[in-house]
Write a protein that binds this ligand. Structure first.
Ligand SMILES: NC(=O)c1ccc[n+]([C@@H]2O[C@H](COP(=O)([O-])OP(=O)(O)OC[C@H]3O[C@@H](n4cnc5c(N)ncnc54)[C@H](O)[C@@H]3O)[C@@H](O)[C@H]2O)c1
Length: 344
């Protein structure tokens, strides 16, 4: 591999990391040159497996002290994200950060402020924004084909049971957090991408499946949130991690001139037939598998923005902060039995 501009150090060598490494190495400007894991790793084995020259570190501090590393990619357990991201910012490394940014709002703000203070840029892995489905859906909206959206729902249905690798830590409150934080955050983030107005308040209810697969979860694994936007629009996001069905990222956006339903649409502007849906041919978000996720497009956009010294489009720390404010307000509402919570 020829030498590229940005050296990336990975923190945490689990499932997400494997997809990240391929996506980073496939970018025009970056390559993975270091990996930290709590398990002992061998530099030669890592280099042979992933290509290039990769140094294994056994402490985060040593990796962050490496002056050759420009970007740190955090793929560790969610409860470790805040301390590691703040340390990376202090070490003046740009940051790729897996979702959730952290499991509390004060921690998310701490990460945001540390990056601002130290002049480093961030990329939060809300990579669905770079998916074919969301890019095409957003283009339909931006072309005005469905007019002004007054109602939208984006929902996440994906059963994360014992058959799924993340289950071992996802069942705990400490790392899983909530149905919205651990997985539904992708759907809520996509809804906010499609409905860009400010959210005034949220109301959320949560519950739990009676299936024994989900009994070990320390938190409610189904949650539904109603969002009231300042412009009067209404949104809805269901985060369901205890379902027994195929993965489904449900998208229904209703506007003054038409609607989008998943890969179908009607547009009065285009004078399409209102009694039949028209088709949108695009790659759907239909899998939780990280190898299917559009990390490559997202990381390319991040490195392109670094080249220009700018915040990246769509998934900067600032963009993600907006989403996490809504998520934590929703979880607070659910914890209070559905009391509406103002989004600060
Ligand atoms: N954006 C997405 O769609 C997406 C998808 C998957 C994961 N993630 C996120 O990525 C982060 C990591 O998730 P993951 O699925 O890679 O989890 P994982 O369980 O595979 O790895 C998580 C952490 O555990 C460590 N680890 C794994 N097995 C270990 C072992 N046997 N002993 C010691 N440490 C071990 C890994 O190095 C890593 O730091 C989480 O924040 C998760 O939410 C995001």
């Amino acid at each position: 591999m020829s030498k590229k501009k940005y050296n990336v150090g990975i923190i945490g060598y689990g499932w997400a990391a494997t997809a990240h490494i391929d996506a980073i190495n496939a970018s025009s400007q970056a390559q993975v040159t270091a990996i930290y894991s709590s398990r002992p790793l061998d530099s030669a084995t890592l280099s042979a497996k992933h290509g290039g020259k990769i140094k294994a570190y056994d402490t985060v501090e040593a990796l962050l002290a490496d002056p050759e590393i420009h970007v740190v990619d955090i793929t560790s357990y969610p409860s470790q994200h805040c301390a590691q991201a703040v340390a990376a910012a202090k070490a003046k490394k740009h940051i790729i950060l897996e979702k959730p940014m952290a499991n509390s709002m004060p921690e998310v703000i701490q990460i945001f402020e540390a990056a601002e203070k130290n002049g480093v840029k961030g990329c939060v892995c809300f990579e669905c924004r770079f998916s074919s489905q969301m890019e095409a859906t957003k283009a339909v909206i931006d072309q005005g084909l469905i007019g002004d959206i007054h109602y939208g729902e984006v929902d996440y249905y994906h059963g994360i049971g014992p058959w799924y690798g993340q289950y071992r830590w996802n069942i705990g409150k400490k790392d899983g957090g909530s149905a919205l934080l651990t997985a539904g955050c992708h759907a809520l983030d996509a809804l906010l991408m499609c409905m860009p107005g400010e959210v005034d308040s949220v109301t959320s209810f949560s519950t739990k499946s009676k299936s024994e697969y989900f009994t070990p979860y320390e938190y409610d694994t189904s949650a539904v949130t109603i969002l009231k936007f300042k412009n009067g629009a209404v949104g809805k996001c269901a985060a369901i991690v205890d379902c027994l069905q195929p993965y489904y990222f449900h998208t229904h956006l209703v506007g003054s001139h038409g609607s989008v339903l998943d890969n179908k649409f009607h547009s009065a502007k285009l004078k399409t037939n209102k009694t039949q849906w028209s088709g949108l041919s695009m790659k759907m978000l239909d899998s939780g598998d990280v190898s299917d996720h559009p990390y490559q497009a997202q990381f390319q956009a991040f490195f392109d923005a670094l080249d220009k010294g700018q915040d990246m489009p769509l998934t900067s720390f600032r963009d993600a902060l907006r989403t996490f404010k809504v998520i934590f307000a929703a979880d607070q509402s659910a914890a209070n039995g559905g009391q509406p919570v103002k989004v600060a």
